[in-house]
Design a protein around this ligand. Sequence first.
Ligand code: ZN
Length: 60
Amino acid sequence: MANPKRRISPARRGNKRAHQKLRAIQLVRCSNCGSSIRPHHICPSCGFYRGKQMIVGESA
Ligand SMILES: [Zn+2]
């Protein structure tokens, strides 16, 4: 089995973990209803994505 030869030093471990922070999610305006939505996602309030109604029949 592949195993690390040496223990990772506290400094190297900290350098690795320095990039693991969470980012705030991006928000854009829905082109149909104008509410804040995540990019590349169907609008949860009106069900539009790329100018088309994707969710039909729900309370949109
Ligand atoms: Zn919308």
